[in-house]
Design a binder for this molecule. Sequence first.
Ligand code: GLC
Length: 641
Amino acid sequence: MEVRSSAEEKKLLALLLESVSLARQREPIKAIGLCFPFRRSRVALALSGKRELCGNLVAAVMGDAGVERLFFGEFFRCEPFALVKAEGLRPLAETWDLGGFRRLLACGDGYLREEATACGDAFAYSLAGSARGVRVEGSIAPSYWSREQLGEAARLSGFRAETPDPRTVVAHSEGFYLAVKLSAPARFEVGEAEVRFEAPAPLTIAAAGARSSSAALSLAEEALRDPLALAGRRAEQLSAALARAPPPPARDRRVRELWRYCWYVLLSNRCSVDHPVLRKPFTMPSKYVFRHQWLWDSAFHAIVLSAYDAEVAEEELLNLFHAQKPDGRIPHEIFLSKAMCKAFWGVDDYSPWTTQPPVLAVAVERILERRFDEGFAKLAYEALARYDRWFSERRDADRDGLAAYIDYLESGWDDSVRWDGARERFALDPGRYRAAYPEARMAPVEAVDLNCLLYLQRALLSKLAPRFGGDAEAWRGLAERTAALVKGLMWDERTGFFYDVYEEDHSKVPVKTPAAFLTMFAGIAERDQAERLVEHLYSGFWTTFPLPTVSRDDPRYDPKGYWRGRSWINLAWFTYWGLVKYGFSSAARDLAARVVELMAEGPTCNENYNSATGEPLGAPDFGWSTLILDVIADAARRGWI
Ligand code: GLC
């Protein structure tokens, strides 16, 4: 490309290209310091091909040219946010680092330079260069699940917008405001459910969200005035957070980069919001897709965070304990937006009627091993004891000590093949199941993973009970009964595997999934059962990216299917620790090495992976996939990585 432009532009181009080639080598970017004040950052992380940027509630995904999506928590969704309209756009080079995103595009006989950054609740994007006739189009809307639902979302969230001057628009949704300010006058179209705008380049656009219109406006004004300062703050904050993370335990360069990147993911997914239930900071599963708090996600986050700072790990669980319902249930999820909860679940609350896999006790135990804080231990003991009683009272209609899932979303394995039969049974006769469980959406299934987790919860309660005036014997008895029933009812000697069972008749659900490996994680499986499980690990579950969510010999196995054959890191984590517990060192090492190797490509930390090809799928920068950090730390200690 020929750049017919000023000396300064040529210099910038050279710098950008230099930084990109450095990024490809995965080295800290030195040259970028001239654009974004990197001198203030202690830890560098530079990636090529990465297009996501987040601050606190603000999160953006860059498109091929411009900003494809911008979110402000679950209150606003702007898609597109800044679409670049120009003839003959061609990407030349792009780079992402702790300061932000930068790209150079060829455009006609000129070029365009984009810079984007996000910090706190503000975002800035600028587009400059020598190309002519370039325009940017954007929009602001309340959050919605699908575009068809936009009108309904606007009504539920009380969406409205105004344009106080030709460069500014401020929108309202559910008590939050998003202000967007442009450096050039724009054409605004304010509709009932969406604002559209268009403005010519060169241009800077800043967006900021807050609880009041004036706060949002002043944050946006500041970001517009000085985007570089915003980028500098971002680099400084992220690098300070990363500097506190444990150092990479491995020598391999790719593993070290995956390590740093996963810490970036987990720490940058943390957020805080002025909210009646979400009173403490917590970690979103992904700021680009899953923008509120979930139960088992937070338990996994806390497990990883316990190696960062035990207090931060404790904090990750506090909203969930505080959100516990009077009957003892700890809710599945706590939405930022009541309107979104209403739109998805039809419930006028921040949480639906369900819970999620009870991983909390595993997280609590991990945290207490790192640091035994009496106050936290007591809070957790009391919350988990009430929660466990809720399982006995509300999810164990046959009172046998094995609890059941009555809703596929409650299981955490939303679309799994495991529930196909239960959903079919339910569809034939809903009344039959609703008698015991008025909210059921499938025939109740006593799931193997659910009961392994309850066994661990009950065992932890029995350990903590003497300290807090509880009945240790009763908890121990219940734990043992649960373990005995898992072994007695769920094991099939012929196929050598553990299966879920229907609560109504205790018949087995004939689907092999990695949920069975939780019997090793929990220490429930007998030695010979565990040996047979390892045979399955190396057959039905040994795919390019292990472990598919259903055995690949199942006719419904789909390597790309959501919970129907993709691979998830939480299941690899449970299985890794199960194998370690039973002394299957080479299997644990094989599993760790394979998953780490594939995640290090990129690196990526996605929600899930195509089990046949290893292709990253689902949400990017996904919180619980950082469980790989825990695997890396342990495998490195053992000299396996
Ligand atoms: C999806 C998953 C569920 C998870 C949630 C948030 O719904 O199926 O298990 O908790 O996303 O990450």
